[in-house]
Design a protein around this ligand. Structure first.
Ligand code: D5M
Ligand code: FE
Ligand code: ZN
Length: 538
């Protein structure tokens, strides 16, 4: 097969086990005989090289030139001529759809910016158009809040006490400036009719005989019941409450001092004045998750189109690829899952995933966290892939961190969390407040609660650790999740929330429960403006 286009060159290199710098690929594509040049470059690369660099190609091309006595670096570096361009996929232009958000509008009261307007335009997926004069120069991401290497939990009772104590301390601190709170034990001693405020974790929510709500709060000194009457505006917030989240109430003690009549309910929340950081140059990140390699439904063609596009000029500013979990389909994750496996061995699944990762330009910086299908412990926080899996995925030298992690790229902090708790939020909250069709709205609740997985139990498995790594201590600039296989994005108090869809077509289970996944999309965020463009590759 002729090797004129960068995409073909990348695939051929991947087949031979190499990842490559973008400029190296461009040089090969511009060579008089790309196939021979590729052979020579691979030959000249050291045995242990995993990535083919520009230097390898240059040295291979110059020794070839010396041998034939023609050409030189200039000829080798020239972009492929129009004749050499062989558009592989004439139908691709129609597939590759850009959907962009409008510029951010300042808002005073609404909790989110207006729904993004979708402007569709097509762009040509012309893999031959790569000129490759610019090499990507991503910075090393900075990572915070990662459990990897720090897990101390043994699952004993004392661990649960310390993780909830830490949760309380961190979140009550967020609320302390807003209310003049007293501990439950002090409220116990106050006379009826006193003004009172309390900060606590939600221990119970039940309705009274006449339809009011009793919310029992717990702090480190004890519990106290709080009554929210059904006719108050704040009653509308009760259906947002999840057990174990931290809130503050203000109100008045009943005459018998046995219950607080609540006038105000506060969540730790993101300040409305939050001003996100932005990059000081034009650079973009692709936010992707739920690749599910190894599943019969993994959409390899869509992934390859995405990887090919990353090699084009249009994608030159996309320097980061942030993967939010479920790299592979895994084994034994759900009942009857094995009937839909394409690759049954978990290590083979990671080998294949690694092959697909090699198609991504070698000069991009990749960060990945695990999800519930990955081969790490299921309980959150999840540590990063172990050495054996890292070895399998080493070709791209990705930054492999735990779930969740806050990754700062170009000054922009991205809270990456796989998203299992979104199932919980969507199941517990009314349809109008969180649904699979609007996964970003479910994410807003996590930001409001300042915790990625507030409720213990249910869908969630939490590992008790000395600290609560799931608290959102610092407000991120971008919140990136996956898991529910739906695409959704919007801004909550200026934080860009993106749930990134998946690369797996509908499974039998999803069909049976009417989950219609958004597969083959790549949301691309401008780190200098936090505007989002969604590209479709399926
Ligand atoms: O899950 C993708 C989405 O589908 C997520 O919302 C959970 C749901 N899901 C998928 N399979 C099952 C089964 N078998 N039981 C319950 N919920 C399921 P992911 O875990 O990313 O594949
Ligand atoms: Fe998934
Ligand atoms: Zn998942």
């Amino acid at each position: 097969m002729p090797l004129e286009t960068p995409a073909r060159i990348v695939r051929e290199l991947a087949r031979r086990g190499y990842n490559a710098e973008r400029e190296a690929v461009t040089l090969l594509a511009g060579a008089a005989d790309p196939a021979t040049a590729l052979d020579a470059a691979v030959e000249s690369a050291p045995d242990d090289a995993l990535r083919l660099t520009t230097d390898h190609v240059r040295s291979a091309l110059s020794s070839a030139d010396a041998a034939s006595g023609t050409g030189g670096d200039d000829a080798a570096a020239a972009p492929p001529s129009a004749d050499a361009i062989d558009p592989e996929r004439p139908d691709a232009a129609a597939d590759n759809t850009a959907v962009s958000t409008p510029p951010e509008k300042p808002k005073n009261s609404a909790t989110e910016s207006s729904s993004p307007v979708e402007t569709k335009g097509s762009s040509e997926l012309d893999t031959g158009s790569e000129s490759g004069t610019a090499t990507r120069q991503p910075q090393q991401p900075d990572v915070a809040g990662d459990i990897t290497g720090r897990s101390t939990g043994t699952g004993e009772y004392g661990d649960f006490v310390s993780v909830f104590r830490d949760r309380y301390e961190k979140l009550s601190e967020q609320l302390r400036g807003r209310v003049n709170h007293r501990p439950a034990s002090a409220i116990d001693d106050m006379p009826g009719g006193s003004d009172v405020a309390m900060i606590g974790l939600v221990n119970d929510v039940r309705s009274s005989a006449n339809g009011h709500w009793i919310v029992e709060l717990e702090d480190t000194t004890g519990t106290f019941p709080c009554l929210i009457t059904k006719d108050r505006d704040i009653a509308d917030l009760v259906d947002e409450l999840l057990l174990d989240e931290c809130v503050a109430v203000e109100g008045t003690l009943s005459d018998d001092a046995g219950i607080v009549f609540v006038d105000a309910l506060h969540f730790p929340d993101v300040p409305r004045t939050h001003r996100p950081n932005t990059a000081d140059r034009h650079v973009q990140a692709a936010l992707v998750s739920d690749v599910h390699v190894g599943s019969q439904e993994f959409m390899a063609d869509a992934w390859e189109r995405f990887a090919d596009w990353l090699h084009t000029d249009e994608a030159a500013a996309v320097e980061y690829l942030l993967l939010a979990g479920d790299m592979v389909e895994g084994v034994g994750v759900y009942p009857d899952q094995d009937e839909e496996l394409d690759i049954v061995d978990i290590y083979d699944q990671y080998e294949r995933f690694s092959e697909h990762l090699k198609a991504v330009p070698g000069d991009m910086e990749i960060v990945m966290i695990p999800g519930n299908h990955d081969a790490v412990r299921l309980a959150e926080p999840q540590p990063a892939f172990d050495e054996e899996l890292r070895d399998i995925m080493s070709a791209h030298d990705a930054r492999i961190v735990g779930n969740p992690s806050t990754v700062t790229v170009e000054g922009v902090s991205v809270l990456m969390y796989h998203g299992v708790s979104l199932d919980e939020v969507i199941a517990e909250l009314p349809e109008g407040k969180a649904s699979y069709d609007d996964p970003h709205r479910a994410m807003y609740h996590l930001l409001k609660k300042r915790h990625v997985a507030p409720k213990y139990g249910g869908h969630m498995r939490l590992a008790p650790e000395e600290r609560d790594y799931l608290v959102i201590e610092d407000v991120p600039d971008i919140f990136h999740t996956g898991h529910v296989h739906k695409l959704g994005y919007g801004k909550y108090h200026n934080v860009l929330a993106v749930n990134s869809g998946c690369w797996q077509a509908q499974t039998a289970f999803q069909k049976s429960v009417n989950i219609d996944p958004d597969a083959g999309f790549a949301p691309i965020v401008d780190l200098d403006t936090l505007n989002l463009t969604v590209r479709k590759f399926a």
